[in-house]
Ligand binder design. Sequence first.
Ligand code: NI
Length: 190
Amino acid sequence: MQDLPSCGPTRLKAHEHDLPCRAQMAIYPIRTFGDPVLRLPTKPIAEIDDIVVTLARDMIEIMYDAPGVGLAANQIGISRRIAVFDANDELGPRVMINPEIVETAGEFEMDEGCLSVPGHYWEITRPAFARVKALDLDGNEVEYAGDGLLGRVLQHEIGHLEGGLLLDVLPKRARKKALKELRDEALGFA
Ligand code: NI
């Protein structure tokens, strides 16, 4: 089968890896609330090989296709510390490998949803600003920092990589209510 000349967002070319783009994307269903893989802390990536590069490319496509502003590998069942995001800013699509939050500041309430908890949004308070260190696909150390949607996405995706979900950061009472909603929905009451 001949490879398509390009697939997915053309901005990916900015990463300058020249692997052929596959004609057909692997099918990775997005894992949803209740799937245990979402609750396992992911393992760091030891080597950025072609498999990781291809995974990152697939993750960006899945994220845009969903559509979402971020996706962590365990959301597609791969328990490795890699996430992608596009906070609708000049950064475009980015990959973060083995990311760590190194600084947060302030406080910010925002409507937040998650591809793994589809159809639900909650007002969630988190630090407004986040600074993250990670590796890019070339193994270079990169830093992403910002507030607004970017700050939020960085924290949300790294939460996933640690086995977290947005429900965990809700205040206790709101969390109970949210869990009840999700339970009722699973049982077909909602
Ligand atoms: Ni999410």
